[in-house]
Design a protein. Structure first.
Length: 398
């Protein structure tokens, strides 16, 4: 039986408590659950902690919500399964190859447990393993988007994880680097209303609450800035790959695309339902951008830029104030080897990124026409693909 839109009757939780119908403020939600929540602070997956998450997601689906779950835990599941080998030193906890082996062992066990738990709420799940290359390649990006949206349309809960067996980004901290940032890109990918990041702390604090007794919870963040990231700096959890900083960075990505972000304790009572209902919980990061067409959100992710175009101050001002197209006259330099149709970064002379966009010309062609007026393109190249190097409809200001 699929999880389909229907009325939400009062129902009991696993502890016998009653869940009351609530207003659904955010219908499409990405829930990211970290290893420290899934293990409840132990060295293995905690079925009760996972069951609480699955039950709440099931209740959210029953109200007509759509949920994508971004889960960690494959390495933890693998570590528990081969505990003797870990103790004998055959596999080393911080070795990338060893962690890939553990992920391969643990992924099926993780999904089997999720499947069993979601089945109790009559929810069908689907597995989706992604890497940064799936988000960097335009065709793969669109395929992933279409698949996830198709699953949501029929009431299935996609469960997403980084494909650690073939990708070391999560393990070795590269371009995606952890499931926090992966969840932000997934939220952008599917036009999510809310990204809920569940961790083992109540939210973002003014300082590390474990070290500073005066630290206080920041309940609302209007915009992620340098001060916000400074408050988030600290070491990752013992079982996680990210830290508070990666969560704030994920919030920056998602809020720029118009998605609300809530950072909260994963074991707090009914945290998923409360966040989706708009109830204040944890730290709420407000959207800083408008909802964008998917092509522009793709550009904003910045994962797939093939080169850089350096522009003068006048062109930068025009782009920022008037959202105009980028013409050859404003280009002073071209870096990288890109083709027509690739995505490039548009930067100022001092290296500040102004925009990202799809180019109409190759890097060698841009080098030949830079600084020229648009009506000179044909004379220089012998042909033209338009008077703009980047059209405003294929560009997003950052």
């Amino acid at each position: 039986m699929l999880c389909v839109a229907q009325g939400y009757p009062e129902r009991e939780t696993m502890t016998g408590e009653r869940l009351r119908p609530q207003h659904l403020e955010h219908r499409r939600v990405v829930v990211k659950v970290g290893s420290n929540v899934l293990t409840a602070g132990t060295d293995q997956l905690d079925a009760r902690a996972m069951a609480a998450i699955a039950e709440q997601i099931g209740a959210l689906c029953a109200r007509g919500g759509q949920v994508v779950l971004v889960t960690s835990g494959a390495i933890a599941a693998g570590r528990h399964r081969v505990g003797a080998s870990m103790n004998d030193g055959v596999l080393r906890p911080r070795d990338v190859h060893s962690r890939q082996v553990l992920a391969a062992i643990g992924q099926s066990r993780l999904m089997a447990l999720w499947d069993e738990l979601f089945e109790q709420s009559n929810v069908v799940i689907a597995q989706a393993l992604l890497t940064r290359y799936d988000l960097a390649d335009r065709l793969a990006y669109l395929n992933a988007r279409n698949t996830l949206l198709g699953l949501l349309d029929i009431g299935v809960v996609p469960i997403v994880n980084e494909n650690d067996v073939v990708s070391v980004e999560e393990i070795a901290a590269s371009a995606i680097g952890d499931n926090d940032n992966l969840s932000a890109h997934v939220a952008t990918l599917i036009d999510a209303d809310l990204l809920l990041i569940l961790t083992d702390i109540a939210g973002l604090y003014t300082a590390d609450p474990a070290r500073d007794p005066a630290a206080r919870l920041i309940e609302r963040v209007e915009r992620v800035d340098d001060a916000t990231e400074q408050a988030a700096r600290g070491a990752p959890g013992a079982r996680g790959t990210g830290g508070m900083l990666t969560k704030v960075q994920a919030a920056r990505i998602a809020t720029q695309s118009g998605t609300h972000v809530v950072l909260a304790h994963g074991l707090a009572e009914d945290v998923v339902l409360r966040a989706a209902s708009g109830e204040p919980v944890g730290t709420h990061f407000l959207p800083t951008g408008d909802r964008m067409e998917s092509r522009l959100r793709y550009l904003l992710s910045g994962l797939q830029a093939r080169g850089r175009i350096v522009i003068d101050d006048g062109a930068a001002l025009a782009l920022l104030r008037a959202s105009v197209s980028l013409l050859p006259a404003g280009v002073v330099e071209c870096n990288g080897d890109f083709k027509r149709g690739d995505v490039v970064q548009v930067v100022t002379r001092d290296g500040r990124t102004v925009a990202r966009g799809i180019v109409n010309y190759t890097s060698s062609e841009v080098e030949r026409i830079r600084g020229k007026h648009s009506d000179q393109i044909i004379a220089v190249l012998g042909y033209e693909y338009g008077e703009e190097i980047v059209h405003r409809n294929n560009m997003v200001i950052v």
